[in-house]
Design a protein around this ligand. Structure first.
Ligand SMILES: Cc1ncc(COP(=O)(O)O)c(C=O)c1O
Length: 356
């Protein structure tokens, strides 16, 4: 870093993304919760030469077409939809918008970017510990003052709160914003989307990265009352109104039209998740009841670090959170295809035989 960087930014602990190895095809990649299946055929066919040539033109800064498509799919108004360059951007803008005066409130074991964004915008932080069983302390979140950031299902635990608990948090204090990050909701969580008509302090954040096989295209979105959406648009139009490129907008629209294909992918992931969970339990692992497209697992005898390294040496990448206290000795394993998970179980069994 240079000597010119502001003191506050010098102290920032930056987010560490999961490894994206060069030649990723040589790995079974179970470390960043991507979908193992490709985008729907119609989505892939949308990238024509003509559309590539259109890249010389700026994209539509209002994103009206994709907003309309999402509104139609989810039964909202287009003015209740916000679009972003990945849901990380929605979250960042929410920190900018709602955490300058109010503290940011989030759990001690949750999506790592919340803490980074809080530090980036210079927000006070109120960190609410998960309970011993990794469940979210709903009463503590209701009682805390400040803007709440809740991943539901949570990451990396995979545990989900029922809608009634989310509503309890949202309704507990009407003078603060509650951001519900639903990156993984499609794999078995209960969405808070139905609550946006009832509460003007709720922002529901979603992404195309996980259940829509588009992590590389960077497309996030959010639902909320028109006033909250206008807040985020105010920031977007003060930074980069062209933040979603033409191809991503196009692919997003095509994706929305292929709901049946993606529902089938999600169903397959859930089936594979439960099968993998059972196989891991039989090998001596303890796991949470994940409602996401990943498993959170610890072994009763072999350390997470040893397993992570041995798996990597055999071409399988999983996520190990070195230094994260509450996640110490746990692995987060993305649910890949049926074949990938069968191979993962086979290799894990072999490693355990060698290490025990
Ligand atoms: C809980 C949670 N929220 C948000 C994101 C960001 O997703 P993206 O920026 O790809 O939409 C992630 C990515 O891993 C996540 O785990």
């Amino acid at each position: 870093m240079s000597r010119f960087l502001s003191k506050r930014l010098q102290k920032l602990s930056v987010y560490t993304p999961g490894e994206q190895p060069k030649g990723a095809e040589r790995f079974i990649k179970l470390n960043t919760n991507e979908l193992p299946y490709p985008p729907a055929p119609a989505v892939r066919a949308a990238v024509t030469d003509a559309k590539l040539c259109d890249l010389r033109l700026y994209p539509d800064p209002t994103c009206s077409s994709l907003k309309g498509a999402l509104a139609a799919l989810y039964g909202t108004k287009a003015s209740e939809v916000y679009l972003a360059n990945g849901s990380d951007d929605v979250l960042y803008f929410a920190f900018l918008a709602y955490c300058q005066e109010a503290p940011a409130v989030f759990c001690d074991l949750t999506y790592g970017f919340y803490e980074v964004f809080a530090d980036l915008v210079g927000s006070q932080k109120t960190v609410v510990p998960l309970k011993a069983d990794y469940s979210v302390d709903v009463d503590a979140l209701c009682a805390a003052d400040g803007t709440v950031f809740l991943a539901n299902p949570n990451a990396p635990t995979g545990l989900a709160l029922p809608l009634s608990d989310v509503e309890r948090i949202v309704s507990s204090k009407s003078d603060r914003v509650v951001v519900v990050d639903e990156a993984y909701v499609d794999f078995g969580g209960e969405s808070a989307l139905s609550l946006i008509k009832k509460y003007d302090n709720l922002l529901v954040v979603r992404t195309f990265s996980k259940s829509r096989a588009m992590a590389g295209a960077r497309l996030g979105y959010a639902f909320a009352c028109e006033e909250l959406i206008a807040d985020l648009e105010r920031i977007r139009f003060s930074t980069n109104p062209y933040n979603i490129n033409r191809l991503t907008l196009l692919l997003g629209e095509k994706t929305v039209q292929e709901e049946a294909y993606y529902r089938d992918c999600m169903h397959r992931i859930v089936t594979t998740r439960e099968k993998t969970k059972q196989a891991l339990e039989a090998l001596g692992f303890s796991l949470t009841d994940s409602r996401a497209n990943f498993l959170f697992a610890t072994h009763n005898r072999v350390s997470a670090e040893d397993l992570y390294l041995a798996l990597k040496a055999r071409g399988i990448l999983v996520r190990y959170f070195a230094g994260a206290k509450r996640a110490a000795n746990h692995l987060r394993i993305s649910v890949g295809s049926e074949e990938e998970m069968a191979e993962f179980i086979r290799v894990t069994e072999q490693i355990l035989k060698e290490q025990l």
